[in-house]
Design a protein. Structure first.
Length: 378
């Protein structure tokens, strides 16, 4: 099969998609002013290109592609495009993120949906098993509004009982929820450690280990985002009260209160807390909070326990463990789907061609941010 004839700059200008420019600019954390300057146009002109009021001149297409590090063909209309608003996503670190950072995260999620859409042309992914979710819409009143009751309901729906969940992220992916772990390492987005959305054809959770490469924090964050999907699919993001509800959901989903309250020590016992931490896959800090929550510790005793925990952590007695040491907590759904597709002659390069991306962008989306070869000593 012959490759399609490359589009000329004139062709791309005629079929220019302003949303593509907006998406690429936000992903690159570029303002309209910073993009306009090297092109020799005004910020208002960039706004007109993005709104579709006027297309850029053909000679500007290669310059736009160079500045935003995308192929020229990326700007041509004709490919499926997801359109998200900032309010469509829930951000784990809402108060510490700027509008520009959230816009980058939203554009990233749009592109993630595009990658999933293309992969599903070649591989059948697990069906979404999230009661009430149908093609980007969440039916109201399927789950209780109370976070604790909702966590118990989801455990029941997924057949998890009341036991510890050994591989949380794998469990989430097996229910058809797209989950990715992407290090957002740029200084401007370092504080965005998770976000999620129910507004596309599949629920999506994006996690990053960069702020705290700690598997227990990672698991709690994944459960927190799952709480948003279950509780808040019909509500806009941005409300701190929703973040607190998602925290309560996560605590109950990971450590069912009716079970764990009988296991918690009646006094501060770090040896026992560490055993429970390893058994249930949650941090000692969260277990101390649970002790206070069920009345086993007073507020003053809990504060002293937190102080002592910080000291033990600084001394290296309590050590964090990397997410990458736990295979079941590293997302693998999309990577394994691509590996399966490769067995049928679908390559990273051919997927990139369908998307009009660079192959390196596909690899980044799959979590392969570092493309250097690995040195192995025999």
């Amino acid at each position: 099969m012959k490759s399609p004839k490359p589009l000329s700059d004139q062709d791309i200008a005629k079929a220019f998609d302003g949303d593509r420019l907006r998406q690429a600019r936000q992903l690159a954390l570029r303002t309209k002013q910073s993009l306009a300057d090297p092109l020799g146009v005004s910020p208002a002109a960039i706004g007109q290109y993005e709104s579709g009021a006027t297309p850029p001149r053909a000679e500007l297409i290669p310059l736009l592609a160079h500045e935003l590090d995308v192929p020229r063909e990326f700007f041509a209309a004709g490919r499926p495009l997801a359109r998200l608003e900032t309010d469509d996503a829930f951000f784990r670190s809402l108060r510490s993120t700027t509008a520009k950072q959230r816009a980058k995260a939203v554009s990233y999620t749009e592109q993630l949906w595009e990658l999933v859409h293309v992969i599903e042309k070649h591989v059948r992914l697990p069906a979404v098993n999230l009661p009430g979710f149908v093609s980007g819409e969440n039916k109201p009143d399927v789950f209780p509004r109370d976070p604790i009751a909702a966590a118990r309901a989801l455990r029941k729906a997924w057949g998890l009982g009341t036991d510890p969940i050994p591989h949380l992220v794998r469990t989430i992916e097996n229910q058809g929820i797209v989950t990715v772990l992407v290090p957002l390492v740029e200084e401007e987005v370092a504080r965005i450690d998770a976000f999620s959305t129910m507004s596309l054809s599949r629920p999506i959770i994006v996690l990053s280990p960069d702020r705290a490469n700690d598997v227990y924090r990672h698991r709690f964050t994944a459960a927190h985002e799952l709480g948003h999907l279950v509780l808040h699919g019909d509500r806009p993001g941005g409300d701190p009260a929703l973040e607190r509800e998602a925290d309560r959901f996560a605590a109950e989903f990971l450590t069912p209160g009716l079970i764990v309250q009988n296991l918690l020590p009646r006094r501060v016992d770090f040896r026992k807390l560490n055993q429970l931490s390893e058994q249930w896959g949650v941090s000692i800090k969260s277990l101390i909070y649970r002790c206070r929550e069920v009345g086993l510790l007073s507020d003053a005793t809990a504060r002293r326990a937190y102080i002592r925990l910080n000291q033990l952590t600084e001394q290296g007695v309590v050590a964090t463990q990397s997410v990458y040491q736990f295979v079941g907590e590293v997302p693998s759904l999309l990577r394994r789907a691509v590996e399966l597709a490769e067995a049928h002659d679908v390559t990273i390069r051919s997927l990139a061609q369908e998307l009009a991306w660079k192959p390196s962008q596909v690899r980044r989306m799959l979590g392969d941010a570092d493309e250097r070869p690995t040195l192995k000593l025999l």
